[in-house]
Design a protein around this ligand. Structure first.
Ligand code: ATP
Ligand code: MG
Ligand code: MG
Ligand code: MG
Length: 481
């Protein structure tokens, strides 16, 4: 049988509902938590319960959570398994069941419901978690050569710099069992894919990094819906599942190209468009409006990358013969048409989402033309002057800042265009320019205004992400493993 994405999601929720879990809706991409920038995992809406700050309303719950991970932005289209926007299926225990049930149910769901062959499944556990190792080995019956002990980076999960955390155990699918178990590396993207992470959440990480045991032992899990779809639909990457591919096909048809005959570079561009379009539609739907600070800058950067990528592959106009029109709203229509099971509210916000995208695209295109011309000239100069004195061609921090500040070029886009011509960019110099500007306008940035749903909320302690510099800009989501 064909496993459509919607059916995979449904089966997960039903499986845990039949085992006493309450099915709850996804929470917003904008967390109700000033220490977290965007919703990066299903556990966020339950954080106060895990920390004992709020009473549990049910012993256990299950959700399909919309997530954004900006730390994976560079992976989009490059690895087969990362998007910035994805759905995380999860089952959660609030001091109810713990390791043994979590492991047994994960195995039952994976092998009996989804029907994955047991011999294709590999397991990781935290290096000193003998209990989890023994449950997998003795009670589930996974051969010991397919259970790997891994260190903190992979198998100790934290939701941020502070907060609930614990050792975890992950399930991997093996696409190439013929390669044998000798020297098998679970991080090898060409052979394995991690699809389910079981976190044994039993600590709170304090400001000083120390771990304090929580009152209760909890379970927090995450299964990537697109990853399971990719396995069950037998396609080479998450992007070719029914959850994303229609957007790619739409983009391809608007660019008058075909995905199936396209080369790798073109395919990567189409994947970037497919991913980023989902991210921006759901972010705007959750009240994040393009701007130059905080979350708004994430949306702006994603939108601008889609516009630039789209133009690069030949997309122009609004698809109705209006060559000056915006093409994002058309792509967004496809995203919205796939949204009903992901988030039923998106459809009702259609008009404002399309309007926001149209405005932002046209605004960007206006400056893009001038900026591209200038960037071209600056790159020519950099190449010539590097040739003169044998240095590596490099764009100065001042130039990058000028493009950013005056022409609205996100630094990452400048860097991307520059690298296409073999020129690096001086990020340190850029950071210095940014810091100078920041000092001048600090007062204006103490408060970030965000409209969340119908309410307007003032978030005071959100980091000034625009100004933390290139390296830290999108590393706000601290996710180990
Ligand atoms: P990876 O090691 O592949 O980057 P992760 O260990 O960072 O994944 P977790 O934090 O454990 O991921 O999240 C739980 C699950 O969510 C993962 O097992 C995976 O199925 C899914 N997931 C995580 N990041 C992404 C992403 N960028 N795109 C799609 N699915 C993801
Ligand atoms: Mg993981
Ligand atoms: Mg991992
Ligand atoms: Mg990751």
């Amino acid at each position: 049988a064909e496993w459509r994405g919607d059916a995979i999601r449904r089966r997960f929720l039903d499986f845990y509902a039949a085992r006493g879990h309450k099915i709850l809706p996804s929470s917003s991409l904008v967390p109700d938590d000033p220490t977290v920038f965007l919703t990066i995992a299903g556990m966020l809406q339950f954080k106060p319960i895990f920390l004992g700050k709020e009473p549990r309303r049910v012993p256990c719950a299950t959700t399909s959570q919309k997530c954004i991970r900006t730390n994976d932005i560079e992976n989009v289209g490059r690895t087969s398994r990362h998007q910035t926007f994805f759905e995380m299926l999860g089952n959660f225990s609030f001091g109810d069941y713990f390791k043994k049930d979590a492991i047994k149910w994960a195995w039952e769901l994976t092998t009996k419901e989804y029907g994955l062959p047991p011999e294709r499944l590999w397991i990781s556990v935290f290096e000193d978690d003998d209990e989890a190792f023994s449950i997998w080995l003795n009670e589930v019956g996974v051969p010991k050569e397919r259970i790997k002990r891994m260190g903190e980076d992979d198998n100790f999960w934290t939701s941020g710099a502070t907060g609930p955390c614990g050792p975890c155990s992950e399930m991997y699918y093996d696409f190439h069992p013929e390669r044998g178990s000798l020297n098998a590396d679970l991080n090898d993207d060409s052979r394995f894919i991690e699809f389910y992470n079981l976190v044994f959440m039993q600590y709170n990480k304090n400001d000083d990094g120390s771990l304090e045991p929580l009152k209760q032992k909890n379970i927090d899990t995450g299964m990537g819906l697109e990853r399971m779809a990719r396995i069950l639909q037998n396609v080479p990457n998450n992007y070719e599942t029914d959850l994303i591919f229609p957007i790619i096909e739409k983009a391809a048809s608007m660019a008058l190209v075909s995905y199936s005959t396209a080369d790798e570079a073109m395919r990567t561009n189409l994947k970037v468009i497919g991913d980023h379009m989902r991210a921006v539609v759901y972010l705007i739907s959750d009240g994040v409006i393009p701007s130059n600070i905080g979350r708004g800058y994430v949306v702006r950067r994603l939108i601008r990358r889609v516009v630039r990528t789209g133009r690069l592959i030949g997309m122009r106009g609004d698809g109705h013969g209006n060559s000056d029109g915006a093409f994002l709203p058309l792509l967004a229509e496809t995203v919205i048409s796939l949204s009903s099971e992901i988030d039923p509210d998106v459809e009702s916000r259609r008009k404002s989402i399309l309007g926001e995208l149209q405005r932002e695209e046209l605004r960007f295109v206006q400056t893009l033309g001038r900026g591209e011309k200038l960037l071209d000239e600056l790159l020519d100069e950099a190449l010539v002057s590097a040739g003169d004195d044998g240095d590596k061609p490099c764009l100065s921090g001042k130039d990058v800042f000028l493009l950013y500040d005056t022409y609205g070029f996100p630094v990452e886009i400048t860097a991307e265009i520059a690298s296409e011509r073999g020129v690096t960019v001086d990020m340190k110099g850029f950071d210095i320019e940014m810091e100078n500007q920041r000092k001048q306008s600090q007062a204006a940035h103490n408060v970030i205004k965000l409209s969340v749903g119908n309410e307007t909320e003032i978030v005071k302690s959100i980091p000034d992400t625009e100004f933390l510099g290139y390296e830290s800009l999108f590393a706000t989501a601290v996710v180990k493993g």
